[in-house]
Design a protein around this ligand. Structure first.
Ligand SMILES: Nc1nc2c([nH]c(=O)n2[C@H]2C[C@H](O)[C@@H](COP(=O)(O)OP(=O)(O)OP(=O)(O)O)O2)c(=O)[nH]1
Length: 146
């Protein structure tokens, strides 16, 4: 996706949207949901662990880094889940990938206020960030029924 913006000198600049990646970590038919601790506007809303892809970094590398920073776990990144979700009027785009834990690592909430493992039946029991709605819908069939 490309957005075009006219800068102060009247010339058109092209801006690629900032890519935010999220990891749908699946284990035992459940997915890990994380409650944001900050900023205040979104604190308490639920998301997939992840964050902004740094310049020159691959999406997979960003996910591995973010999962280590936020949860102290090592992960293997799998297939995309759902579609690109445009955020912030096209200034950023959310891309979620399935992931699995490596080496029996267990997530610790280093940056989130809470973690929950959700089955398909429990997906709607948390207040997801709005952009995550289409991802959660696409995720449902990937989780084994209870
Ligand atoms: N990680 C993540 N971010 C999401 C999800 N859904 C959603 O709308 N977002 C938004 C929230 C934030 O505005 C943005 C991610 O920014 P972030 O602050 O987590 O990124 P970051 O870890 O790289 O942190 P920083 O550079 O701001 O310090 O994307 C999601 O499922 N996972």
């Amino acid at each position: 996706m490309r957005t075009e913006r006219v800068s102060g000198n009247g010339q058109a600049d092209r801006h690629e949207p900032r890519v935010v990646v999220g990891a749908a970590i699946i284990a035992g038919g459940r997915v890990l949901a994380c409650a944001r601790a900050a900023p205040p506007e979104v604190a308490g809303r639920w998301e997939f662990p992840g964050g902004k892809v740094e310049p020159g970094e691959s999406e997979t590398a960003a996910l591995v880094r973010e999962c280590a920073e936020e949860l102290a776990v090592r992960v293997e990144i799998g297939d995309r889940v759902g579609r690109d979700v445009r955020m912030a009027h096209g200034r950023s785009v959310l891309k979620v990938y399935a992931a699995r834990l490596l080496h029996d690592d267990q997530p610790t909430a280093l940056e989130h206020s809470a973690l929950r493992w959700l089955s398909a039946a429990e997906l709607d029991t948390v207040d997801w960030l709005p952009a995550d709605a289409p991802i959660v819908a696409a995720l449902r069939p990937l989780l084994a029924p209870r």
